[in-house]
Structures are given as C-alpha cells and as structure tokens.
Design a protein around this ligand. Structure first.
Ligand code: HEC
Ligand code: HEC
Length: 450
C-alpha cells in the first residue's frame, strides 16, 4: 500500500511519466528540470533516507558494542578477563584498576555512567585503584571497546569491538572520561600491552610457531597508538632496521568516496571490516580473500587457511552492511578555529594545490586519488617493508581530512615522521620542491586546518 502511494505520487510529481518510453521521457525538457528542493522534514519520510538512518543506528551499535563472538578468544582462550579482575576478584595477578586502564589508554564513556556514580567520581569517593571498580564499569558497558560478559555478577569473559581502536572520548568529565568520539584513532591505546597482560598467549604463539615469551616481547614492542594487522599473516615483527613492524591506528572517519583502505590499500572498507572481525578480533564469521593463500608472502595466513574462513553460524556477515553505512556516514571533524593560523593556512592551500604538487595525489576534497589510490614506495621516496606485506605492494595515499585529530604518534604508516614539518621536509627533499621555511610552515598550517 505504502509503495503504491509512493509510485502514484511520483507519477503526479513527474507531471506524467512516459511509461514504456523512458528515452522519450529523458528528452522531455519538463523531466530534465532539476528536482525541486524538498520541503523541511520531507527527507525523514522518504524511504531511502529512513532506511539510511536505520542502518546508521544499527551500524553504530555494531561499531561500539558487537564482539562477533570474539569473547571465546579474548576471554575463553587468552583469559584476558582474569588479568582484569585480579586474584581478589577470582582472576589472576594484581588486576587492572581504572587508573591502570586509563594508563593503558582505555577510555570511559561518561554517558554510560549513572548520575550517582558521576557525582561520586566528582567527589573522589570512587576507588580508582581497585580492579573491582573496573569490573563495575564493564558491567555498565562504560569501557570503550571492551565488553564484559557476566554470569550472576561474575566476569566470565571479555570481548573487544571496533571502538577499542577507532574511538576515543572528548575528556569532558576527566582525562580519559567523556563522550564517545567514534571513528577517531585512539593514539593513547597500548594494544600490545593489553594483550600481553593476558595469562595465556599460547594460541597466538602456536599460530606464529613461537613461544609465549617471544609473543609478549613482540606485543610490548608496539607501544601506544599502534597495532600490527599483518603480524598474524606473515609473522614479521620487526622492520629490517630493528624498529617495530606495527603501524599507527588510523581514523575510521572521512572514508566516504575513498576507494582503497588501510595504509597499504588492502581493499574497501567492508573488505577490511570482514578481515578484522574474523582475523584480528577473532570473531566467528565468513571471510574470503584467496590472496592470503600466497605462502611466500603470507606464510602464517596460508598455513592457517585465513583466505577462506567459514564459521557457522556466521556472526559477522549479517552486520557488514550497516557497519559499512555507519563508517561512510562518519565525517572527519573540523578543527577548532583557534588550532591553526587561518591566514597561513590559506597561503598553504595555494602551495598544496600549486607548486608543492601535493594535490596531484591528495586530491581535494577527499585528499586521496579518485580511482586506484596506491603508489609504489619509490614514488614517495620510502622503503618497501610495509608495502611488501600487502597484496599490491604499495602505499595508499592517506586521506588527510581530520589530520589534526591524529598528530600523536607521528605520520606515515609507522609514525616515522614525528611532525608535519618532518613530512614536508621529506617531500621537499624527495621532490626537489625548493620550499622556503615560511612556505613549509604555511603548508603545515594548511594540513592542520583540514
Ligand atoms: C586492535 C585494534 C583495532 C581494532 C579492534 C579494529 N581496528 Fe581497524 N584498523 C586498525 C589498524 C592498525 C589499521 C591499519 C591496518 C593496516 O594498514 O595494516 C586499521 C584499519 C582500519 C580501516 C581502514 C582505515 C583507512 O584509513 O582506510 C578501517 C575502515 C577500519 N580499520 C575499521 C575497523 C572496524 C569496522 C573494526 C571492527 C570490525 C576495526 N577496524 C577494528 C586497528 C584496529
Ligand atoms: C605521489 C603521491 C603523493 C604526493 C605527490 C604527496 N603525497 Fe602525501 N602521501 C602519499 C602516500 C602514498 C602517503 C602514505 C604514506 C605511508 O602510509 O607511509 C602519504 C602520506 C601523507 C601524510 C601522512 C598522513 C598520515 O595520516 O600520517 C601527509 C601529512 C601528507 N602525505 C602530506 C603531503 C603533502 C603536504 C604533500 C605535498 C608536499 C604530499 N603529501 C604529496 C602520497 C603522496
């Protein structure tokens, strides 16, 4: 019935659609007129907009809270929840207090805290050095990206969600405690130290063909803001010069219109979502990518059969569509007006689009190439180590919108350039741009304004 009404109103609005002769219809100048702008409020009644809003809401839930069954790995196998609880609460060791958790870069969602608890926190009546408080926060679903599973009030497992690495908070309540900022890279988060705290890392050691001590050593070499998504594929933990092989956590916003994703362009957003949910988070779903059967490039993945994962029931695939829509709906946040010099940024923009040639690759307004946005390492003047750990052996042109939110940890995939000026100096030298110091500084201000 609803559909009939929509079709009828389309016919009326179109002033008589030429059924059966759409070509004629297109030639009819009346039908080529741009559509009239919709009256206020009309969009929410339009079925496409209505469905998009529903997908966004579902995708947000998945991004924040869905573990895809990965608690069987983080809880069941690695027993991470026991390290969080500590001996006093039925686990092992000292436990992880809220103070420890904040030190590890974990964030607390203030909106999940009841008003009374917020008041007690303000009055410093809450013991932030007691792991029991962490358990209470998990019970409130307040630890961003970590989900506790409880039986009769006892923590029996934890799982992780996308928000762990790709969300932070705005610190509105206290450092590390605030409103969620989905899509922001959590550059404070020490993923390696968190995983290394698990009592049992034998499943990872077995996969990599090594021992638990080596696994812990590798995990602790990552440091804050980093993770190595390729370790479980090729077993390479260190770059040839001895530096960690881990890469920076990228933001998951500002990705609409961008073709290939990850630092090395593995695939689309949804390819990578399925990859991460199954292989990195250890959720239980279906994943297919026969490029991982290349045993020379991905010995661990090929041996483990990561190129063709089939779990029944499939806890991942039904959630991919909404998760995809949600991420594409996350726009890069605008920088605060006082965080850059506007006049310098305007001069920097002219350079970026002109003599500095940045815009040949970082094409505004998506700031990556429309099309196949990958480059050989030699085209940007860096080594091929990380590129060689991906199917196309290239680096993806980073979309630069919202760059101001992830300056911590440095720039380029492994944070090799500590500051924007270092990045610009690299291009200046490599492309022989001959930029003056003033021009370099203008370019940096422009980058901060994106
Ligand atoms: C343990 C931390 C971690 C978790 C959990 C995680 N990611 Fe990521 N994500 C990363 C890292 C690191 C990369 C970069 C990987 C690379 O380039 O090799 C990445 C890359 C991405 C990208 C590509 C961004 C770009 O610039 O193209 C997207 C999109 C993404 N993740 C979404 C997700 C979603 C959705 C989930 C949940 C299903 C998720 N991630 C879970 C760490 C994580
Ligand atoms: C030949 C294409 C190309 C040109 C020209 C180019 N870039 Fe890039 N840019 C890339 C690629 C590819 C990366 C990703 C490198 C990596 O991941 O290690 C990148 C990364 C960056 C980053 C780091 C982003 C991050 O998230 O860490 C910045 C900043 C940047 N470019 C700015 C510039 C500026 C400024 C110019 C002009 C002076 C420029 N680029 C010219 C391809 C290019």
């Amino acid at each position: 019935m609803g559909l009939v009404v929509v079709v009828l109103s389309l016919i009326i609005a179109g002033g008589g659609w030429a059924w059966g002769a759409p070509q004629d219809g297109l030639l009819n100048p009346k039908l080529r007129k741009p559509p009239k702008s919709e009256p206020p409020g009309a969009a929410v009644n339009d079925p496409v907009s209505k469905d998009a809003l529903k997908q966004i809401a579902l995708g947000r839930q998945t991004f924040r809270f869905r573990t895809f069954g990965d608690e069987a790995f983080w809880g069941g196998a690695l027993r991470l929840h026991e390290a969080i609880a500590g001996e006093a609460n039925g686990g092992v060791g000292a436990g992880v207090s809220p103070a420890d958790a904040l030190d590890l870069g974990l964030k607390v969602d203030v909106d999940a805290l009841p008003a009374r608890l917020r008041q007690q926190l303000r009055r410093e009546e809450v013991n932030l050095n007691d792991p029991a408080t962490t358990i209470a926060l998990l019970q409130l679903n307040a630890v961003v990206g970590v989900k506790g599973f409880f039986t009769n009030g006892t923590l029996r497992a934890v799982g992780i969600t996308c928000a762990l690495c790709h969300s932070t908070v705005n610190n509105s309540f206290a450092p590390g405690i605030g409103d969620r900022l989905d899509g922001w890279a959590n550059r404070d988060l020490n993923v390696g130290a968190i995983v290394a705290a698990a009592p049992n890392v034998q499943p990872i050691a077995e996969l990599l063909g090594t021992d638990q001590a080596t696994v812990r050593q590798v995990l602790l070499s990552w440091g804050p803001g980093k993770f190595d998504a390729e370790l479980l594929l090729d077993g390479k933990a260190f770059q040839p010069d001895g530096r960690s092989a881990a890469t920076l956590l990228p933001p998951a916003f500002g990705l609409a219109g961008v073709n290939l994703h990850t630092w090395t362009g593995w695939g689309s957003v949804t390819h990578w979502n399925a990859f991460v949910a199954n292989i990195e988070m250890n959720g239980k779903g279906i994943f297919y990518d026969p490029r991982l059967n290349n045993a020379a490039q991905f010995p661990i993945a090929a041996r483990a059969g990561f190129g063709n994962i089939r779990n029944q029931p499939d806890l991942v695939t039904p959630h991919l569509a909404a998760l995809h829509v949600y991420q594409l709906a996350l726009r890069a946040p605008k920088p605060p007006a006082d965080s850059f010099n506007a006049a310098a940024a305007a001069r920097g923009e002219t350079l970026f689009n002109g003599s500095a040639r940045c815009a040949t690759c970082h094409v505004p307004p998506i700031f990556t190439e429309p099309g196949w946005n990958l480059h050989l390492p030699s085209e940007i003047g860096i080594d091929s180590f990380q590129a060689d750990r991906s199917p196309d052996r290239r680096y993806r042109t980073s979309p630069l919108k919202g760059l101001w939110t992830h300056q911590k940890g440095g720039f380029y995939h492994d944070g090799r350039f500590a500051t924007l000026l270092d990045v610009i100096n690299h291009y200046n030298l490599f492309f022989g741009l001959g930029l003056t110091d003033a021009q370099k500084s203008d370019l940096a201000e422009y980058l901060k304004s994106l």
